[in-house]
Design a binder for this molecule. Structure first.
Ligand SMILES: Cc1cc2nc3c(=O)[nH]c(=O)nc-3n(C[C@H](O)[C@H](O)[C@H](O)COP(=O)(O)O)c2cc1C
Length: 182
């Protein structure tokens, strides 16, 4: 199986005020346009066995309170640490506010990245930092050249969200198929 249209895709999100869910729905819509149905689920509703049935798993996480982890994700850290993601392709998206919290922009995405790597995930969907203005982030590479997943800022750059989601899903499709064929 190497075509995205044959892939079983899930999107797992956690949210405090709904933005990460809204963006998740936009991501799912883009996949639907490609003929791919995505199963969307809140992290509070799954256990670590959930991932077994999927080839590509998207995970969405917002950052709260000066670099804090969204609480449903934090409370369910074991779901990730107990999961076997070997052979799975994983892509993250993070929500944050680069102006209001520019020293902690998308930190929680870095937290999640560290954990999924520990349990064998193959990452796709890294995203350039060009076009964002922030001081520091644990959600990007040390040289600040790329984020560990799609960076969405509904507070400062909401007008860019749709185009970013569209470009990211196209990127994911290409990376998924290239990795699956390798
Ligand atoms: C009190 C408060 C603290 C926040 N802390 C951070 C932060 O440390 N880093 C960041 O990037 N964004 C921070 N944000 C921005 C949120 O992550 C952003 O609004 C996000 O869209 C919320 O997603 P949700 O609705 O899915 O919970 C904060 C927002 C508020 C109101």
């Amino acid at each position: 199986m190497s075509a995205i249209s044959d892939a079983r895709v899930a999107l797992v999100f956690g949210t405090d005020t709904g933005n990460t869910e809204d963006v998740g729905e936009k991501i799912c819509e883009q996949f639907t346009g490609l003929g791919v149905a995505v199963e969307m689920v809140n992290i509070v509703d799954i256990d670590s066995q959930y991932f077994t049935n999927y080839d590509l798993i998207l995970m969405g996480i917002p950052t709260w309170d000066f670099g804090g982890i969204q609480e449903d994700w934090e409370e369910r850290e074991d779901i990730i640490l107990d999961a076997n993601l070997q052979g799975k392709q994983i892509a993250l998206y993070g929500l944050g506010d680069q102006l209001g919290y520019g020293d902690y922009f998308l930190d929680a995405m870095g937290w999640l990245h560290e954990r999924v790597l520990k349990v064998g995930a193959k990452m796709i969907g890294y995203w350039p930092t060009k076009g964002y203005d922030f001081e520091a982030s644990l959600g990007c590479s040390e040289d600040k050249s790329y984020f560990f997943g799609l960076a969405i800022d509904e507070d400062q750059q909401f007008e860019q969200t749709d185009a970013r989601v569209q470009a990211w899903v196209e990127q994911l499709t290409q990376e998924f198929e290239a990795a699956a064929a390798a």
